[in-house]
Design a protein around this ligand. Structure first.
Ligand code: AMO
Length: 437
């Protein structure tokens, strides 16, 4: 009897000494004397196929990498290969012939030297590299873990519109578009909608694309990214949000550790494991720490610049042995209009950022929930209340004290996988110069 198998390592291991049928792409081809070795790749893994008969050698010699084949053969244990098993081919059927690849995708040392622009230009090919693919498997699991944790805490998933009338975060970093007779924007954040939905479900989350027309062409900025947003009501202060964020992050890390062992090994990634609480420090203290400990004077008033972010994470690692740190008490001037000021220190807000291995991955905070307070704050920020009519309505009809956060999926992936550039954590990045593929 022949069993159809996928190339998931655990599946292969459970069919040793059986005849199997598999399909996939020819990932690599190597001939030694009278024997050929194919590595076949499917959506879950790879396996080595050994070809010894003259008839099969003739078929395989013609095959260019990435051609798709069906293989029938005997699966045996083989401790000398990566997968621990190999297939001794009995029959090969060619389903689709490939053309020659424009870039190397198998030999890692050569792949590592390919220019980022070339990797992104030939994205359909570079994504088939096993290490690259591992990044996006991990990314998929990060999203799944985020969902699973919040579902378990009775949050409701929402889907807010991406075509909007107003930018949510202030600033001019919005893409405008023509919407029939009106002007509209691509949303910068589901911020205003997730707040409205607290009035409906109390606890909500969303995973969806957001758009930032930032001119920045940096290793941290994308013009389209996936925002993982959370918002919930009946909080006492921003501390409740920080506590939820921390529990979520620890769950997500544990989940990835559990579910992505082959991918983490492929990438040599170490997932943060610490049981310790992640430290919290005010922005003012953080600026002082980087000055006192590392002689670095932060260049960004009211915020941490990239070097200060890196140094404060170094401090978290050296002092507490952790990869994550919460920075609190940002000034009113640096936060959007919806942010709750600190009633004892009105120049500061009840907001925070989360830094992971040297980079901001999350912003969050408590929001203003009283209608009159929000109206006066809009005025202070120079906005017209009329422009926010659809948002403001919910505050007339009972909104609880609430808050939440937004976490960038690509930045989280980048930091977890120790990648140099956020584009490497994006399937098809949209940046200052790139809208294809
Ligand atoms: P903020 O604008 O700080 O806050 O964004 C939240 C998180 O989104 C990610 N991020 C980005 N990722 C890639 N490219 C970009 N250009 C980019 N900009 C932001 C970062 C950042 O920490 N509404 C608030 C969130 C809230 O308070 O709930 C907001 O959007 O990881």
């Amino acid at each position: 009897m022949t069993t159809k198998v996928s190339l998931l390592p655990s599946v292969l291991m459970s069919h040793i000494n059986e005849e199997v049928f598999l399909h996939g792409w020819i990932h690599s081809y190597r001939k030694m004397g009278g024997i050929a070795f194919l590595v076949i790749r499917d959506g879950c893994g790879t396996v080595q196929v050994v070809i010894e008969t003259p008839e099969l050698l003739e078929i395989s010699e013609d095959l260019i990498r990435e051609s798709i084949v069906e293989v029938t053969g005997f699966l045996v244990s083989q401790p000398n290969v990566k997968q621990g098993v190999e297939v001794q081919a009995r029959a090969i059927n060619v389903l689709v012939k490939s053309e020659t690849l424009p870039i190397e995708i198998d030999r890692q040392k050569i792949f590592n030297k390919i220019d980022l622009d070339v990797l992104l230009k030939h994205r359909s090919c570079s994504l088939r590299n096993l290490r690259t693919r591992a990044v996006f498997k991990i990314q998929s699991v990060l999203g799944k873990a985020f969902r699973e944790f919040l579902d378990s805490q009775s949050f409701v998933e929402i889907h807010s519109p991406k075509i909007v009338k107003m930018g949510a975060e202030g600033g001019s970093e919005v893409f405008s578009l023509k919407y029939f007779e009106q002007s509209a924007y691509l949303t910068q954040s589901p911020q205003l909608y997730k707040q409205i939905m607290v009035g409906v479900f109390e606890k909500v989350y969303e995973i969806g694309p957001v758009y930032r027309a930032e001119e920045h062409n940096t290793s941290r900025h994308l013009n389209e990214y996936i925002s993982m947003d959370v918002e919930f009501g009946f909080i006492n202060s921003e501390q409740d949000i920080i506590d939820l964020h921390q529990a979520l992050l620890k769950y997500v890390f544990g989940y990835v550790q559990d579910q992505c062992e082959p991918e983490l090994n492929e990438l040599n990634v170490i997932v943060p494991q610490s049981q310790n609480a992640f430290p919290q420090i005010t922005l003012e203290e953080a600026v002082k720490v980087v000055k006192d400990e590392y002689k670095y004077v932060c260049t960004k008033p009211g915020d941490l610049d990239p070097e200060a972010e890196r140094l404060i994470c170094r401090y978290a690692q050296e002092k507490y042995g952790v990869d994550v740190i919460y920075i609190t008490s940002y000034p009113v001037k640096k936060r959007p209009f919806y942010t709750m000021p600190n009633s004892e220190k009105p120049e500061l807000t009840k907001s925070f950022d989360v830094l992971f291995r040297g980079l901001e991955i999350t912003t969050g905070g408590q929001r203003i929930h009283e209608y009159s307070h929000l109206i006066s704050n809009l005025d202070k920020f120079g906005y017209k209340a009329d422009d926010f009519e659809g948002y403001l309505e919910c505050f007339k009809f009972g909104m609880p004290p609430h808050g939440g956060f937004g976490m960038g999926l690509e930045r989280l992936t980048k930091q977890l996988c120790n990648l140099d550039n956020v584009r490497l954590a994006t399937l098809f990045p949209r940046d200052r110069n790139r809208i294809i593929p």
